[in-house]
Design a protein around this ligand. Sequence first.
Ligand code: S3P
Length: 450
Amino acid sequence: MFKLRANKSLSLNGEIKVPGDKSISHRSIILGSLAVGETLVNGLLESEDVLHTVQAMEKFGAIIEKIEEQKWSIHGRGVGGLDEPEAPLYLGNSGTGVRLLMGVAASHPFNTFFFGDKSLSKRPMRRVSTPLKMMGADFISRAEGSLPLVCIGPRHILPIQYELPVASAQVKSAILIAALGAAGETTIIEPEPTRDHTELMLQQFGAEISTNTVKQSGREVTITGQPELRAQNINVPSDPSSAAFPTVAALISPNSFITIKNVCANPLRFGLFEILLKMGANIDIVFHEQANPEKIADITIQSSRLQGIEICSEIAPRMIDEYPILAVAAAFAEGTTTMQGLKELRVKESDRLSAIADGLTLCGIKVEETIDSLTVYGTGGSVKGGALIETNMDHRIAMAFLVLGIASEQPVEIDDATTIETSFPHFCELMSSVGAKLTKTAGPREVTPL
Ligand code: S3P
């Protein structure tokens, strides 16, 4: 555990590439392990969260090897062909990892034990175990339904029709993955469309899967079970949720001009960029012509005068991980920004809604927090900073407040930078390469300038 301090930086300039997309990386390891043959993954995010999924799939019997930097090979076992893990699966901080793997475990007739770190052990798992129980699996967990838990897989997993009570790509994906083992069609109805990487990748691997719009804004996904998934070559584009940090850093630092290459531009992940454009951000998005199945873009960002806006709840699933950094942008904008529909933020790696509100308040920003909304009173550019932020094992809180400190009057320090490793290895080096002033500190005395 070490502290990091962000000091006011002059301007950010350069061309960078952020690491591979976390959601796509998890899915490529899992679906590669369920396919027949050798899947090659290029651009894998080698972060703690994804490496926990790699280790878990190895315990299920897949052969996974790193060939070179970010290039991995997976020899899959075929749908329904995994072995019972001999040891409990540790998923660290990763909600995506554990929830998707609960779907994997549920479709195999054996027992799988899961545990995670302190943050993951507080997160709700009933949203996944409830539909998986309807499919025939059973779970033993702590009273709250949280980790540690054991999944007891049925002899035959059953197809279901299920309407998601919350818009969650993790829950949808867990059901889709479990449904691979079920004879017949499984249909999931989501209240709002959530990221569709699992659907796109399942299609790429040869599964029969279709989507339809229902009830105005909802979506229905139907998969036919027991396909033979065939090994694929997968190119993982850069993570838009990671690109969000240098993007906002450049917007709020004067005289900045940066380009971020090869970013996953799936429309269901692009809400932040839509909102920043509406706030007046000078962002240029150039889409790659041949990008399949995921859209890819190069994004150029220049310092901008941002205007506060009202953000309705419908967009929340398309930018669910970006609220911490959006709130930082809002603090530097002119006028008020109101964000609605944020209840899900309370059950992320930390209670993100409170973490954002408390952190901004410590940095001198006026905010109003309700159970599911946040109002940020923008300063028009002059943010005090000068705070020590508790990250509570939440990587996005850590990075968002470091970005704030790059442009605030006084430095901002975070109490634990190790959490950044879960999603964005080399964050400090990358941000420093474009001119951000980040300093590693140990307690009150500085030790290593980066
Ligand atoms: C993810 C889905 C989102 C997101 C998480 C990654 C995924 O969670 O917050 O970081 O890869 O499916 P929910 O599906 O719970 O909203």
